[in-house]
Ligand binder design. Structure first.
Ligand code: PGA
Length: 251
């Protein structure tokens, strides 16, 4: 049985005091509740150290939103996997659509980042998803297949044992317009069957595939009850403790 994973992608929101407040509130709201999911928070780089001091004595885990693939050197403005490990990160979001579209990251860079994360024992949350234009042209599965195959190129099933895939249709991110549970399930099932072909049935069965794109307390339950949806990558709704915790409770 796959365990559900709910991750909050804070994006470029919250300063240090906002981080203290939000994590403290999440902890307070979760206190004493039985939660059937792993919970991850992904604050901006500058707040990771603070965040770690707050989550380390709890069941909440820490992730970063991005990283560069080199360990150190002349890469102005970049953050390395070693730096993320050093401040307590266990997870790292890679290939988010905003990284792809706003910052021009392509499949090859994302592949290098996934390889580097794995080498440094960071668990990648690997994001894939089609744009509205691609969906309307009927090439969703093709886009997903290309992103998945390119992003995972050269990696073995063994190396990918801690991989999480996040299916995030670009048209659903930050738009308030989530994929319907049926639309999401269809793509999740496709991803799982493709992974079974690329690797093995067993690996595909145990792979956690999160859905992301306008997940909110009022749609979380229906999305998360689909057979191939194993969690959520939450943007906007993770910035308020009560809505984030309601999504966790929906599991
Ligand atoms: P959203 O963002 O929940 O605000 O749509 C999701 C994401 O970008 O991971």
């Amino acid at each position: 049985m796959r365990r559900k994973i709910i991750a909050g992608n804070w994006k470029m929101n919250n300063d240090v005091s906002g981080t203290v407040n939000l994590i403290s509130e999440i902890k307070k709201e979760l206190n004493g509740k039985i939660v059937n999911a792993d919970v991850i928070v992904c604050p901006p780089f500058t707040n990771l150290e603070t965040a770690y001091t707050l989550v380390k004595d709890s069941s909440i885990k820490l992730g970063a939103q991005n990283m560069y693939y080199e360990e150190s050197g002349a890469f102005t403005g970049e953050i390395s996997p070693l730096m993320l490990k050093n401040v307590g990160c266990e997870f790292v979001i890679l290939g988010h659509s905003e990284r792809r579209t706003v910052f021009g990251e392509d499949d090859q860079i994302i592949n290098k980042k996934i390889k580097s994360a794995i080498k440094h024992k960071l668990k990648p949350i690997f994001c894939i998803g089609e744009t509205l234009n691609e969906r309307e042209k009927g090439v969703t599965f093709k886009v997903i297949e290309t992103q998945l195959k390119n992003g995972l190129e050269g990696l073995s099933e063994n190396e990918l044992s801690n991989l999480i895939v996040a299916y995030e249709p670009v048209w659903a991110i930050g738009t308030g317009k989530n994929a319907t549970p049926q639309q999401a399930q269809e793509v999740h099932q496709f991803i799982r069957s493709l992974i079974a072909k690329m690797y093995s049935q067993n690996f595909a069965y145990q792979l956690v595939i999160q859905y992301g794109g306008s997940v909110k307390p009022d749609n979380a339950k229906e999305l998360l009850s689909q057979p191939d949806i194993d969690g959520a990558l939450v943007g906007g709704a993770c910035l308020k403790a009560d809505s984030f915790v309601k999504i966790i409770e929906a599991v």
